[in-house]
Design a protein around this ligand. Structure first.
Ligand SMILES: Cc1ncc(COP(=O)(O)O)c(C=O)c1O
Length: 383
């Protein structure tokens, strides 16, 4: 397959059309060897030496993700956290980085509790406001701006192109956690980002059966080589079976994500004026603060994550989650099954999630079934 002549849906469905040369198998074999034969003259001409640095199981999924994101290269990691933290660990002590106030809480905790220990100056800003980003830039010292859009758990939107322009004018790179947007709806590199990150645990894998992360770069430059070294030396390397599962999951990426996002839009619209719902947070609603930017930078949908603020506060929200029958009370997102979570309980102190907020990860079930289940749970939760 010449990936430049076909659409991304085709790239994903056929995983670039690669055929195993030895067996003519259409799906790849599972490579489990942890080490590779050295040539008699002491060289490694195969390019492979040891599994912590590289693995043939990575070649196809990395090529698929790089193609879907229109990037130069991709690297798989043992988790989304391993991928994200590799970017920060490739920086130098004293470097200043900007990250959003609203972002995936575990990465924010790592930035504040670990990255700062190793000398990074981490500053949290309102990433939905380009003027605030501009004001926080320290010329000459800011080396990285980290963006998540739509951002957990309020689904705040960042203007990638505007933020890239601000970062680049200051000589900094822009990295985008595009886990929720997925390559189906947003191409951060085409909008000016330098790096894209996915928690592949979520939509790319898509079946709640693996943990994985991936980074994609626009340039094969010194920073990218340092990130590659971080993976090889710190050991945040994905397993062979997880790489295989990820490749399988990505074949249906476009079908799953489009279906889930269409249902999310329907659910958001259904509950927007509901008497038992205080507010629906979803960038696909015209009333959402980031809707105009999202409509410009997301093509074909606004993602499948939304949050409901339940009237009656924390107790009513937790009671609603207690009464769902079809939705599953569980953390994570991006699987085929719909999940509900009281996010403030998970994130604890410092969370931007209000206590009445339920985070919804919409799966690929029939949307009417999902709406009916939330309706009955909201009704039963009321005092
Ligand atoms: C937006 C986002 N980024 C990063 C991560 C971290 O990914 P992982 O759990 O694979 O480490 C998550 C996990 O929930 C996430 O939702």
């Amino acid at each position: 397959m010449n990936p430049f002549h076909v659409k991304p849906e085709t790239v994903a469905a056929q995983a670039l059309g690669w055929i195993d040369e030895k067996t003519r198998a259409i799906t790849p074999p599972l490579h489990l060897s942890s080490t590779y034969l050295r040539d008699p003259d002491n060289q490694y001409r195969s390019g492979r030496c040891y599994i912590r640095a590289d693995n043939p199981a990575f070649d196809q999924p990395e090529a698929v993700v790089a193609q879907l994101e229109q990037g130069r290269a991709a690297l798989l990691f043992a988790s989304g956290m391993a991928a994200a933290t590799a970017v920060f660990q490739a920086l130098a002590p004293g470097d200043h980085v900007l990250a959003p106030k609203v972002m995936y809480w575990s990465l924010r905790n790592w930035l504040m509790n670990f990255a700062t220990h190793w000398g990074l100056a981490v500053e949290l800003v309102d990433m939905s406001d380009p003027a605030a980003v501009q004001a926080a830039i320290r010329p000459g010292r800011t080396k990285l701006v980290w963006v998540e859009t739509p951002a957990n758990p309020l689904w705040t939107i960042t203007d990638i192109a505007a933020t890239a322009a601000i970062a680049h004018a200051a000589g900094a790179r822009l990295a985008v956690d595009s886990t929720v947007a997925t390559p189906v709806f947003t191409q951060p590199l085409a909008l000016g980002a330098d790096l894209v990150m996915h928690a592949a645990t979520k939509y790319l894998g898509g079946h709640s059966d693996l943990v994985a992360g991936v980074l994609v770069t626009r340039d094969d430059d010194a920073l990218w080589q340092r990130i590659r070294s971080v993976r090889a030396q710190l050991g945040g390397t994905l397993g062979s079976f997880e790489s295989w599962l990820l490749l399988r999951g990505m074949r249906t990426l476009y079908l799953r994500v489009r279906q889930a996002a269409a249902s999310a839009q329907r659910i958001a619209e259904h509950f927007a004026a509901h008497p038992r719902v205080e507010a629906v947070l979803y960038p696909g609603l015209p009333t959402a603060p980031g809707h105009a930017v999202a409509a410009r930078q997301m093509q074909g949908g606004f993602g499948a994550m939304l949050s409901l603020r339940v009237k009656g506060g924390e107790a009513a929200a937790i009671a609603t989650a207690a009464h769902v029958e079809l939705w599953k009370r569980a953390t994570s997102l991006g699987g085929t099954e719909s999940l509900v979570e009281h996010r403030a309980s998970v994130e604890g102190a410092g969370t931007p999630a209000p206590p009445d907020l339920l985070r919804l990860s919409v799966g690929i079930e029939e949307a009417g079934d999902l709406i009916a289940d939330l309706e009955q749970a909201l009704a039963r939760a009321q005092p």
